[in-house]
Ligand binder design. Structure first.
Ligand code: GSH
Length: 215
């Protein structure tokens, strides 16, 4: 089903918009996409800042002009529109458990990988933080710390996957979407599942086999 009256401001390569595209694909939904070229600075253009003054993607614009950003907020909105297949939990414990893993993937994974990336990539030398905030010079020590904590995230994920196929609720959920996208994002900073991470390697392959992984 296409939600043609909405627009999702997107960037094909970027990890956060990919979370939303994958979520939509799992729901069998498609929203018209508007590509925003972050590398060319299009997210900081007056046209885009008029859509989202924070200058980040993804941003969802509804037919009536209301705007949502933050990947997980957009996913929650979509879940409310189309509750099945359920990706955020059906009962109190599932909701808590999925949120727990989603947050671990976001704060222990995404946050640290982004720190490692943004504080080491020459293109971001003066843009340590995403979006339209003040100039933020890269801090190499933050890249180092991002690597260290990113590795801890990967090792803990390996441990968790020794006893489960999916992170929460015994089925594929939004937490697995964030984990999968973090695993691909981590490769940008040379952090990848190796011989010490057989569970993560198999998990990544399981998710990659889902049609939504290509979204
Ligand atoms: N927490 C936000 C993060 C959004 C974010 O940082 N998006 C990146 C792309 S992955 C961005 O817009 N970067 C703009 C920039 O680099 O200036 C979310 O989950 O949507």
């Amino acid at each position: 089903m296409r939600l043609d009256d909405m627009r999702l401001y997107d960037m094909k390569m970027a990890p956060n918009p990919r979370r939303v595209r994958m979520f939509l694909a799992e729901k069998g939904l498609a929203v018209p996409l508007v590509e925003v070229d972050i590398q060319a600075g299009a997210n900081l253009s007056p046209e885009y800042l008029a859509v989202n003054p924070r200058g980040v993607v993804p941003t969802l614009v509804l037919a009536d002009g209301r705007v949502l950003d933050e990947s997980i907020a957009i996913c929650r909105y979509v879940e409310a529109l189309r509750p099945e297949p359920n990706l955020f939990g059906r009962d109190a414990f599932e909701i808590g458990e999925i949120e727990q893993w989603q947050r671990r993937m976001e704060f222990d994974g995404m946050f640290n990988i982004a720190a490692a990336f943004r504080n080491s990539a020459p293109a971001y030398a003066s843009r340590g933080a995403p979006g339209s905030g003040p100039e933020t010079p890269a801090i190499p020590a933050l890249a180092e710390r991002g690597q260290l904590l990113g590795r801890q995230w990967l090792d803990r994920l390996e441990e968790a996957l020794a006893t489960r196929e999916w992170l929460a609720a015994g089925r594929f959920t939004v937490a697995d979407i964030t984990a999968f996208i973090c695993l691909d994002f981590a490769k940008w900073v040379g952090l990848r599942a190796g011989p010490d991470h057989p569970n993560v390697t198999a998990y990544h392959a399981r998710i990659k086999a889902r049609p939504s992984a290509a979204a």
